[in-house]
Design a protein around this ligand. Sequence first.
Ligand SMILES: Cc1ncc(COP(=O)(O)O)c(C=O)c1O
Length: 517
Amino acid sequence: MDLLARPAEDPADSRTYLLNEKTAQDYRTAVSESVARIGAKIAGTDRPFTGITVDGLAPAVSGIDLDVPLHDAAAALDELEEVYLRDAVYFHHPRYLAHLNCPVVIPALVGEAVLSAVNSSLDTWDQSAGGTLIERRLIDWTAERIGLGEAADGIFTSGGSQSNLQALLLARDEACRRALTGAGVASPELDTPPPSRLADVLPRLRILTSECSHFSIRKSATLLGMGAEAVISVPSDENKRMRTADLADELARCHRDGLIPMAVVATAGTTDFGSIDPLPEIAELCDRYGAWMHVDAAYGCGLLVSRRRALLTGIERADSVTVDYHKSFFQPVSSSAVLVRDRATLRHVTYHADYLNPRRMAERRVPNQVDKSIQTTRRFDALKLWLTLRIMGAGAVGELFDDVIDRAAEAWKLLHDDPRFSVVVAPQLSTLVFRYVPTTDQDPELCDRVNLHARDALFASGDAIVAGTVVDGRHHLKFTLLNPETTLEDIAAVLDLIAEHAGAYLAEQPRPALSAR
Ligand SMILES: Cc1ncc(COP(=O)(O)O)c(C=O)c1O
């Protein structure tokens, strides 16, 4: 029975909704119809957002009676138009310039369709078979691009936050193991006698990371029972890259104070500035102090396939690396991985369950990916990347990322030469942090309000979407460019819109001396 045409009064046999050999034609029809609608939607989107408010949309969603099914896919899609599709935020639109969301490549969407229909679960071989091998190939491929060496391994995760958490979990447990066994640090002259109990080790662990690193590092420290105070924030230089002299000082201070620098987290592409920490120098310091080097390349991983690969020099010395294919590899959410230099370190997340992955399977070398993961049931997200590499190829992905980096460099010049704005740093990747600065009044508080207003007003108009952040205590605006279709003209037009909203706000201020440029 056709899902799209099933009349509401026909009390449908619930089994006809299951995908199987009898219903394959219904599945084809229903999914083709939904794909056709989304295709039309994507083609017809003339701005990234409608500007709908929460209050404007919430009644439509709460008004739907979830206990009264429509029994009709076409009707449900019509309804979805009202509660979601009409007002969704569309990342493929060239004037979506806000967060680290990319337009997605079609080969990955083919993968998405396949993986959710087959619905393999990547925890054990007996639930995924070939899927396991495909994921392992992609981990090997990525590790090879990074240069992690023969013993490297890793696992796909739900995103950069989870990858960072898992990497720090491994680093923590390695630091504990080493402290308790007296394996100590790399340089013998720095060695201290091993403490006898885990309870003595844990409070001494520290994670060092730049002030510009992602908040998931602090969150991970808390989730790992170390507390946010276990994270030492290392200052960044004027280009928002970690100051390695300060890192060296902090590591020396840890050593003097009997603390254990369990990990240094370098960022290859900070969220706000796209800055890449000096990886070779950080690697040297990690070697000297026996600290685990984690590189959070959630954003910058696209450089692995770009003509700017050299920007990542030093990443090959990491103990672990986070890559988010759902950022700079143009993959749909979710698609991320954590890679490790030494596959043996993954044992810290290995638990055997009689019903799922008993120890005898590991002894028989059955490749159960759950042995390496902090998840159990897990999507076959790797398939999207697989089809992307098989259909368009890594070089084409790199070209897309290179395009947006080129555009960011051009946009930086535009902003730099525009007296209405001040721009924070020249981009290494594809973000720009800037601030509208009214000429006639440099009052920083007013400037803050103007910029906050301009962002909100732009969002409410739906004409474009930009992000915001705080630099040195002051509110700034941010472009994250991940869409190669965004032109310099788009960027100039969005700057004009920002200036218009800012000017309108200033014109409404009670102080008559204020005016916009
Ligand atoms: C540098 C960096 N690391 C980690 C993350 C977290 O990634 P996810 O949102 O996939 O959890 C982000 C997100 O923007 C990021 O920019």
